[in-house]
Write a protein that binds this ligand. Structure first.
Ligand code: XUL
Ligand code: CO
Length: 453
């Protein structure tokens, strides 16, 4: 932990540095699969996975739900005399946690780091103060900022939207907030800046001018992009798709919708997607679908790692633990070339009744192990080559001859039809009867998942 923490209050007493002990370890506070320095393919696990802790769920959320009061009593809040002091203590607790857990990154909203002031100017001052302290904590611990973002959904002024609000004054307020959050991200060396449009959508179309709202959103994003770039931000801008909640419909519904939006407004060069597993599920997709769609469109950026509950339709933000899913996710990520500016941010929260000090550690350890195991299985799949060879062979009729001419755009529609017309009756009877081998492939993946060690 280093000397930096000497003299600071310890918020997680009795819990030391979390270490790798291997799959046979019985210690709940040890990694079973995540071994940071272990080489997988050409990189270490830590460099592949680039884990980040989400400031909001881990240090801000208090277990409140629509039916009940807070259950998580945070000493960093209860011990403080002022709101600002509470945020200073929260920062100490967060960096103690990052360091003990051994993650390299964290992510925050502006309002996680510093409280909202009475005016936009006061809010900026609060944030600037906390950024100075965060900078010192980063320098002392080596923990870095994966991405920053702005909370444009909690304050009542955003109840009708932020960049898509029908009132211009609210749009301007959102800009002041985003400008300050981009400044904070630049100051802290953030590698990305995320836009999650929590209230950028509608509750009913009866009061909504859809075209105008989307135009405003695109205008806002272009202006924010230009501001960031002209102030030295070289990282990635991310849009985080989510189909609904809190709005009935959100404009950044899913990856494909975001891709269409970015292209329609000429934003595709600077913006990539931050894909959240639970959001994919809410959109009716698999996590793997969203990752592979992003990769196929060249806009894969980062990941909010969590999971939903397949039996209910909201964003439960649970810690990931399904190694089948993490394997398929890591396979998509490795095939996309791995993370560049992005990483695996645990946008996940412990349950409301998880009130032990160790729960937050155990939750992250489980999530990190699930992705480490998924990484090992995915690398094994790639090294073995059976799955890729199968897929390559499945499309091999486009690799040469007429199929290749079609793919290269060297054929007219008549030529294409003529290929079929020249078939013999014997050939025609066989066409298309090739097994997709789904069960064989699922069994194959299961072998890699079960073979992890
Ligand atoms: C909400 C969500 C957000 C974003 C950041 O569902 O995922 O926490 O990740 O605003
Ligand atoms: Co998220």
């Amino acid at each position: 932990m280093g000397d930096y923490f000497v003299g600071l209050k310890e918020y997680f007493p009795g819990i030391g540095k979390i270490r790798y002990e291997g799959p046979k370890s019985d210690n709940p506070l040890a990694f079973k699969f995540y071994n940071p320095e272990r080489k997988v393919g050409n990189k270490t696990m830590r460099d592949h996975l680039r884990f980040a802790v989400a400031y909001w769920h881990s240090f801000g959320a208090d277990g409140t739900d629509p039916f009940g009061a807070a259950t998580h009593i945070h000493p960093w809040t209860t011990d403080a005399d002022t709101l600002m002091a509470a945020h200073e203590h929260k920062l100490d607790a967060a960096f103690e946690f990052f360091t003990k857990l051994g993650v390299d990154f964290y992510c925050f909203h502006d309002r996680d780091l510093a409280p909202e002031g009475a005016t936009p100017l006061e809010s900026e001052k609060n944030l600037a103060h906390m950024v100075e302290l965060a900078k010192e904590h980063q320098a002392a611990t080596g923990v870095r900022l994966l991405w920053g973002t702005s909370n444009l959904f909690t304050h009542p002024r955003y109840m009708n939207g932020a960049a898509t609000n029908p009132e211009f004054a609210v749009v301007a307020n959102a800009a002041a907030q985003v400008k300050a959050a981009i400044d904070a991200t630049i100051e802290l060396g953030g590698q990305g800046y995320t836009f999650w449009g929590g209230r950028e959508g509608y509750m009913t179309l009866l009061n909504t001018d859809l075209k105008r709202e989307k135009d405003h959103l695109a205008r806002f994003l272009s202006m924010a992009r230009d501001y960031g770039r002209s102030h030295g931000f070289k990282g990635a801008f991310y849009i985080e798709p989510k189909p609904m909640e809190p709005t009935k419909h959100q404009y950044d519904f899913d990856v494909e919708t975001v891709a269409g939006f970015l292209r329609a407004y000429g934003l595709e060069k600077d913006f990539r997607v931050n894909i959240e597993a639970n959001h994919a599920e809410l959109a009716g997709h698999d996590f793997q679908h969203e990752l592979e769609t992003a990769a196929s469109l060249g806009i894969f950026g980062s990941v909010d790692a969590n999971r939903g509950d397949p039996r209910n339709g909201w964003d439960t933000d649970q810690f990931p633990n399904n190694v089948f899913d993490t394997t398929l996710a890591m396979l998509a990520i490795l095939r996309a070339g791995g993370f560049v500016t992005g990483g695996l941010n645990f946008d996940a929260k412990i349950r409301r009744n998880s009130v032990d000090l160790a729960d937050l550690f155990e939750a992250h350890i489980g999530g990190m192990d699930a992705f480490a195991a998924g990484l090992l299985a995915a690398q094994h799949i790639l090294d073995d080559g059976k799955l890729d060879a199968f897929v390559k062979e499945r499309y091999s009729s486009f690799d040469s001859g007429e199929g290749k001419r079609f793919e290269d755009g060297k054929m007219s529609f008549e030529d294409l039809a003529r290929v079929a017309l020249s078939e013999s009756a014997h050939e025609a009877a066989k066409i298309g009867r090739t097994s997709g081998k789904q069960e064989y492939l699922e069994n194959l993946v299961m072998r890699y998942v079960l073979g992890v060690e």
